[in-house]
Design a protein around this ligand. Structure first.
Ligand code: ATP
Ligand code: MG
Length: 469
């Protein structure tokens, strides 16, 4: 064997090794430059996080690989998320898969660097997990194939996501360690709440008004762009317990098909953490803060002003106290500030039982676009419940119910409880359920109603949906 033949075989072996493992990652910098120069291949890294933002391409690659190319993966991770019906496939750490596109072979490898020792801090905190895909493509095919291949992946992944999409319900994870929070600030389960606008007991006109508002919002991309506003909408749902605020949120999620981020504000340690949570929400989502009056000291701004003017003591310096919890201004920035524009097509919903306890800053025009009062059960709302639970749209006892339901001030939750307990599923006769309801309404009517929970200033019947200018 002459010298040239041995050199040729060596190069052949070299090329073969490269197809099975990207060895240059193991070599030092110098070696790797030389290797890059001699290599038949180019390598592209697609990182999960770029700067402080998540990388859409990483998600598209993940979705794409979990379907088409997966049949040939030698090492994969399988999981069925809690309450989900589907199996999720992802490439295992260092798992490799080959794909073909326009006659070219390309290889994907998934890398997860969990412990980068060099970044362990003095305090011993573990660093973030760094995850990325490496795309290996031959230099010969690169210019011909690369851009088209990336476009192909994105298109396919969007189609797959649409076909497989299960709405998710996210909640902010309670984490003792920063590295865990940074890695995964939200935990999710599939969203399966059955409430819809059909099952929601609300006056028809108001229901239609809310539906129209949502529809206009969803097709409003050009409008929001033209008028220079970020594409988001805020709803404040207020009313006594059991009037359907949470059911309304579920109905909005089912109507729009958006994911729901249920933000537990009391678990958020600082305004900075709140901002980070916001950054990690996706477009087309609903961000919910329930019982906003209980979650954060919403009158702190007013209080602090008062403290400043009345007390002789110097005002508290900005310091630990302010950084260790979420403040009203942090929350206002979350809903309205520059960071709130880092995504689009977002709905923000606050709920409260006590609208009078909220700081006026939260209620001012343009902040929450619509204030929706969820009231006690009215007759039109009762008719929807009767249809849902008893499958009837009319009955000889209805006039009696209509005569007293407004003064009884029972919540839809109370009415539903009676109908669900007393419905006769054997004979399907609704009479007994309606009679029990009439007795309950009469008893409720005679109960003193002074200063019920919530102390609603308007105390009116029906849903007062106020469009803010
Ligand atoms: N408007 C409504 N339409 C249909 N069902 C309702 C309505 N309001 C209440 N219910 C029924 O009562 C239950 C409780 O309602 P929901 O949790 O939506 O009330 P809420 O206003 O969020 O109460 P809270 O202020 O205590 O959170 C629901 O599961 C639903 O069955
Ligand atoms: Mg609720």
């Amino acid at each position: 064997m002459d010298l040239w033949t041995s050199f040729g075989s060596l190069l052949g072996l070299f090329a073969f090794i490269q197809t099975i493992m990207p060895v240059e990652y193991a070599l030092g910098r110098l070696g790797s430059s030389l290797f890059d120069y001699l290599s038949w291949y180019n390598y592209f890294e697609v990182h999960e996080i770029v700067g402080i933002n998540s990388n859409d391409l990483y998600s598209w690659v993940q979705i794409y690989l979990s379907s088409t190319a997966f049949t040939s993966a030698q090492r994969a991770t399988l999981c069925i998320p809690k309450n989900s019906k589907k199996t999720n496939y992802t490439l295992a750490n260092s798992g490799k898969v080959c794909d073909k596109f326009k006659g070219a072979n390309v290889w994907w490898q998934h890398i997860s660097d969990e412990y980068r020792q060099s970044q362990i801090s003095f305090w011993g905190e573990r660093p973030d997990e760094k995850r990325y895909y490496t795309l290996q493509i031959s230099k010969r095919d690169r210019d011909r194939v690369l851009q088209d291949y990336i476009d192909h992946i994105t298109t396919q992944a969007k189609k797959l996501e649409f076909l497989n999409k299960e709405k998710q319900l996210y909640t902010n994870s309670r984490s003792q360690h920063n590295y865990e929070f940074n890695r995964k600030p939200w935990e999710s389960v599939p969203f399966e709440h059955p409430s819809t606008f059909d099952t929601l007991a609300l006056d028809t006109a108001k229901k239609q008004e809310i539906l129209n508002d949502l529809q206009e919002f969803m097709r409003g991309k050009e409008f929001y762009h033209r008028v220079g506003r970020s594409w988001k909408r805020g709803y404040l749902l207020y009313g006594p317990p059991g009037t359907g605020k949470s059911s309304m949120i579920a109905a909005i999620a089912n109507f729009t098909g958006y994911d729901v981020y249920d933000l537990e504000l009391t678990e958020v340690k600082s305004n900075a953490e709140l901002r980070k949570l916001l950054i990690h929400t996706t477009n087309k989502s609903i961000i919910v803060i329930e019982d906003i009056d209980c979650s954060v000291n919403l009158s702190d701004r007013a209080k602090r002003k008062k403290e400043k003017t009345t007390s002789e003591m110097p005002a508290k310096p900005k310091g630990e106290d302010e950084e260790s919890r979420v403040t009203l201004s942090g929350l206002l920035n979350f809903t309205d500030g520059l960071w709130s524009c880092c995504g689009s097509e977002r709905i923000i919903i606050f709920t409260t039982n006590h609208i009078d306890k909220l700081d006026p800053a939260l209620l001012r025009s343009g902040r929450m676009d619509m204030h929706i009062f969820m009231s006690y059960c009215t007759f039109p709302a009762f008719k929807i419940l009767a249809q849902n639970y008893l499958l009837i749209s009319d009955h000889e006892l209805f006039p009696q119910i209509e005569a007293i339901i407004d003064t009884a001030m029972m919540t839809p939750a109370d009415v539903s409880e009676i109908l669900i307990k007393k419905r006769d599923s054997v004979t399907e006769d609704p009479t007994e359920a309606l009679e029990v309801l009439i007795e309950a309404l009469k008893a409720a009517k005679d109960k003193p109603k002074a200063n019920e929970q919530g102390d609603f200033a308007d105390g009116s019947k029906g849903v007062e949906a106020t469009d803010m200018p």
